[in-house]
Design a protein around this ligand. Structure first.
Ligand SMILES: C[S@@+](CC[C@H](N)C(=O)[O-])C[C@H]1O[C@@H](n2cnc3c(N)ncnc32)[C@H](O)[C@@H]1O
Ligand SMILES: Nc1nc2[nH]cc(C(=O)O)c2c(=O)[nH]1
Ligand code: SF4
Ligand SMILES: [Mg+2]
Length: 217
């Protein structure tokens, strides 16, 4: 059984695949925060910008088989494409923490539907085989278990998770994404600090959350 907060068609807003049309599947629940504001300050991950509690969002719900969820997600992809090879269907599993729920059955079902599979994870759980684009985003003091993938995207700055701690890991792309403090009701200088770090440490590139600029989900 899969618990999905919401699912929607949008553009990937972050990292190396930014700008790519994508079906997003946001699983309910996370292992680093309950999702309740009253718990935020004593949780391991305190800056989350996302509501992942429950199954009450658009196209959310409980799905009792991998094929049922795969068909539900496939229906969100536009079907009038002249050349599918040039715009391959792409699904991004996120959350919450998707690796609490994403399994080999669902990966196989999405591949059978013709999708490439992206995942956004906090890296505290090992990833199943078969993911095409794995983005790991380390969080504070949480121990990192997933040490390889396509993209490491660190929210910056975090005093207990610095870029230097991750720069030797086995990833193809290294991104810093300015921490958006507005979900915590704060403002900050995270953009300037992130730009400055990238310019002085050229292994790292800037990731902006494009969807917030574009005003889309
Ligand atoms: C909401 S998380 C869900 C996936 C997974 N739990 C994770 O943390 O990677 C999706 C992405 O948003 C990033 N993110 C969350 N809160 C953010 C914030 N306040 N500012 C910038 N990026 C944020 C995360 O680091 C992650 O890369
Ligand atoms: N457009 C868009 N791109 C995203 N990239 C990662 C997101 C996430 O919340 O995991 C996200 C999101 O919520 N929306
Ligand atoms: S690990 Fe990801 S989903 Fe969980 S609280 Fe942190 S940013 Fe949000
Ligand atoms: Mg988001």
């Amino acid at each position: 059984m899969y618990s999905v907060k919401e699912a929607f068609y949008t553009l990937q807003g972050e990292g190396a695949q930014a700008g790519r049309p994508s079906v997003f599947c946001r699983f309910a629940g996370c292992n680093l925060w309950s999702g309740r504001e009253k718990d935020r300050e004593r949780s391991i991950c305190r800056f989350c910008d996302t509501d992942f509690v429950g199954i009450d969002g658009q196209n959310g719900g409980r799905f009792y088989s991998a094929s049922a969820l795969a068909e539900h997600l496939q229906a969100l992809w536009p079907d009038d494409q002249p050349d599918r090879a040039r715009g391959k269907p792409y699904v991004v599993f996120t959350g919450g923490e998707p690796l609490l729920q994403l399994d080999i059955d669902l990966i196989e079902a999405m591949h059978l539907c013709g999708f490439e599979i992206g995942v956004e994870t906090n890296g505290t759980l090992p990833a199943p085989e078969g993911i095409d684009w794995l983005c790991v985003s380390p969080k504070g003091s949480a121990r990192l278990r997933q040490l390889s993938g396509q993209e490491l995207k660190l929210v910056y700055p975090q005093s207990d998770a610095t870029p230097a701690q991750f720069e030797q890991l086995d990833f193809e792309h290294f991104y810093l994404q300015p921490m958006d403090l507005t979900p915590r009701g704060e403002q900050g200088e995270t953009m300037a600090a992130t730009v400055s770090y990238c310019m002085t440490h050229p292994q790292w590139r800037l990731s902006l959350q494009m969807h917030k600029i574009a005003g889309i989900d």
